[in-house]
Design a protein around this ligand. Structure first.
Ligand SMILES: Cc1ncc(COP(=O)(O)O)c(C=O)c1O
Length: 359
């Protein structure tokens, strides 16, 4: 039976992924604030002009990514050997597992976090320890001392930490991250800092890859750059570490069209940064209005926000149903009672606030 021939671990009944053929298209008449995409019409319209500048050889020919590596090197201030292009930052995460993990190796991940972390633990048949977020009045958090204690005690091979994390929006501050990176270096632990929400949250540890071979940073063009559909991200690390990522890459790490698109987009980095500003101003506006209406919001980083509609939740969810998609609820204790909206521009939030005011 095929089942008996599977790679070790794939028999795991709890390893379930949705089928592509079963995916449900989202309703185009709604405002999509459910997946932390860049929803900024001005910026999206600007990006929509790029395809007309992409030449046919980016469609009928195999990829030539060198120029993009050099452009990344320029915007991020590290040598081209510090990067590997991947299909989204998801690809950077899966490559990290692929490079380092054997069956039964130990991985430490936060909980809740981006869903693919626990999925890759199952795919690679690793052991997993969870660092659970605690609930605070203002934001879910994990105490630094608690992390240090667990790292010292369990000594995982890989520690994955999105900063900001998702869906919590919580962060560890740069000096706290530095402590963790140094500790992981001392204990010979690979630390993967996932910066998917850079530069909505503008602090980064990529510079530290120059000094720490055990540090890998995941970045993406899906969030602030507004290019989630192109599936392009990258891993950043010390060239000595990234060398191994290149050894396991497929023939071509990503497609020519994505390469050509992103090369062009990078020339307009300032447009992305203007969009980030507009979106973060929109987030501030929405949070302030929600507070004025008496709702509890969390202090979080990233292009998303959490609000607790309390005993008016059902009424509000019903009233917003025909206007906007957002995540209505969470099972996890640290976010129980909260709904999550992707941050967007003030113009997009005004009609939502109007509906809430009229209720
Ligand atoms: C923390 C985090 N990491 C990684 C990803 C993956 O994004 P992508 O593969 O589109 O780069 C997401 C997506 O929501 C995320 O929230």
């Amino acid at each position: 039976m095929v089942k008996d021939l599977l790679r070790n671990g794939l028999n795991n009944e709890s390893l379930n992924r949705p089928f592509g053929w079963d995916s449900k298209p989202r309703d185009k008449s709604l405002l999509w604030l459910d997946k932390n995409e860049n929803v900024d019409v001005l910026y999206n319209n600007f990006m929509s002009e790029i395809p007309s500048t992409i030449s046919i050889d980016n469609i009928n020919c195999y990829p030539e990514p060198a120029k993009l590596y050099y452009k990344l090197s320029e915007i991020d201030g590290l040598s081209p050997e510090s990067f590997i292009l991947t299909p989204g930052s998801d690809g950077a995460i899966s490559s990290t597992f692929n490079v380092f993990l054997n069956k039964d190796d130990k991985v430490l991940i936060t909980k809740p976090t981006f869903a693919m972390y626990s999925i890759y633990c199952k795919v690679y048949n690793t052991k997993v320890d969870y660092l659970e977020y605690e609930r605070d009045l203002n934001c879910p958090y994990i105490n630094l001392d608690k992390i240090i204690k667990i790292l010292n005690k369990t000594k995982p091979k890989l520690f994955c930490l999105p900063n900001p994390d998702s869906p919590t929006g919580s962060i560890l501050h740069p000096d706290e991250l530095t402590k963790l990176i140094k500790l992981c270096d001392k204990l010979n632990i690979i630390i993967l800092i996932d910066e998917a929400y850079y530069p909505y949250y503008d602090e980064s540890v990529i510079e530290k890859t120059k000094h720490f071979q055990n540090l890998i940073v995941a970045r993406t063009f899906s969030k602030a750059w507004g290019l989630a559909g192109l599936r392009l991200g990258y891993a950043v690390g010390n060239p000595k570490t990234i060398e191994y990522f290149h050894k396991i890459k497929p023939m071509y790490e990503i497609g020519s069209y994505s390469i050509a698109f992103i090369e062009k987009a990078i020339d307009f980095e300032y447009k992305m940064r203007e969009s980030v500003k507009r979106i973060m101003m929109g987030k501030e506006y929405f949070i302030n209005e929600l507070k004025k209406l008496g709702f509890h919001t969390l202090v979080t980083q990233g292009n998303f926000l959490h609000v607790n509609f309390g005993d008016r939740s059902n009424l509000i969810h019903n009233s917003l149903e025909s206007k906007v998609l957002y995540r209505k609820s969470f099972n996890e204790e640290c976010l129980r009672g909260f709904s999550r909206f992707t941050a967007t521009t003030k113009e997009n939030f005004i009609p939502i606030i109007k509906i809430l005011k009229n209720l």
